[in-house]
Write a protein that binds this ligand. Structure first.
Ligand SMILES: O=C(O)CCC(=O)C(=O)O
Length: 271
């Protein structure tokens, strides 16, 4: 890693107030934590990914294109650099108050102009064969994001309900509680949302003439262990990835840490 990148990451310090808000509300917005160099690099990488979607991608054309792709880091140098060199791992480490951090996956979510593809209410944890409380998703805005271009919306505090919800399930009972308070932010490029992987969230269609490119990365802290559950999205999909990192999966044991080639530890001595 270059000394410039190392000092950028070393300087990052998330205020205790923000970390407490994450713990209380299940989501926070941090402004301007990814600089222009990362934005330029990841926008170019995103445009490459759009030309060559991976084996787990969903590519929907409805009014405009919505590409939802994963595991770009295993096939593209810039997505890989984002995992190991960008401030993302340090953000996750601090927000989760963790001593170590493992990377789970990246997820590219591009809503092109007029993509009539809302994402329905869900939380992220039930897609993964993991247990533990220190799990978060960092959603980085590569473009300006408003309600019209497909902003995310969260149910404040819902990470404490302990309720898994897949996007295909009926959310009515959970999301229509009277006391729900919704949180949403307009974003500028370089801002990011950090949500707990049990926080319920959804996103609006893109009704604007602007692109809405988001790069989400998923992170696990030191209390997270592997739990073999054949019915998770991840375990149903993983064979289609067909990458050498997957060979490390059979070594994972229920109740044990998730360190392996597919869920690498990221930190100063692992970069
Ligand atoms: O980008 C979106 O529209 C949805 C993102 C999302 O659901 C997630 O990052 O978990």
């Amino acid at each position: 890693m270059s000394s410039e990148i190392m000092s950028q990451v070393a300087k990052l310090e998330i205020a205790n107030q923000e970390i407490e808000a994450f713990e209380r509300d299940g989501v926070i917005c941090l402004r301007g934590v990814f600089d222009n160099a990362w934005l330029v690099r990841m926008r170019m990488a995103t445009d490459r990914a759009l030309l060559n979607p991976g084996p787990l991608s969903d590519d929907i054309y409805n009014g405009g294109r919505f590409l939802n792709d994963n595991f770009m880091w295993t096939r593209d140098e810039d997505f890989r650099a984002f995992v190991f060199q960008s401030p993302a791992a340090e953000i996750a480490l601090q927000v989760l108050r963790s001593q170590k951090i493992n990377f789970l996956a990246d997820n590219l979510l591009v809503k092109e102009p007029y993509a009539n593809s809302p994402v329905s209410w869900h939380n992220d944890q039930p897609y993964w064969p993991m247990q533990g409380s220190k799990l978060c998703t960092i959603w980085l805005a590569l473009d300006s994001v408003t309600r019209e271009s497909g902003a995310l919306e969260y149910i404040k505090g819902s990470h404490k309900w302990g309720q898994p919800l897949l996007a295909q399930s009926d959310p009515t009972k959970l999301v229509q509680r009277k006391d729900n308070e919704l949180l949403s932010w307009d974003l500028e490029p370089g801002d990011c949302l950090i949500h707990h992987m049990l926080t319920l969230h959804s996103s609006a269609p893109n009704t604007s003439s602007r692109r809405r490119r988001g790069l989400a990365t998923l992170w696990a802290g030191d209390d997270v262990t592997y739990h073999f559950l054949p019915d998770t999205w991840f375990l149903r999909s993983v064979e289609r990835l067909g990458i050498p990192e997957c060979n490390s999966l059979p070594n994972l044991k229920t109740g044990e840490p998730i360190d392996c080639a597919l869920f690498p530890r990221v930190g100063p001595c692992h970069r």
